[in-house]
Write a new protein. Sequence first.
Length: 77
Amino acid sequence: MKTLLATAVLCCAVFVAAPTVQAANLSLQEAVAKVERETHGKVLSAETKHNGRQTVYRIKVLTHDGQVRVIEVPADG
């Protein structure tokens, strides 16, 4: 009986933890918002780049001091 209960608890823990892992991926809009918060600049453009299995968002920002910066944000957080 203890083994059955332990198995049931473990299965529930796996199902509860699974959405947390998936939620770590950022959308393009979330990456843009993150860059805006961190730089306090104006986003000029944003695009998604794929390098094999890795996805990176390239976000071009105009900073307060007038410089244009390209910031790359990995989609996996």
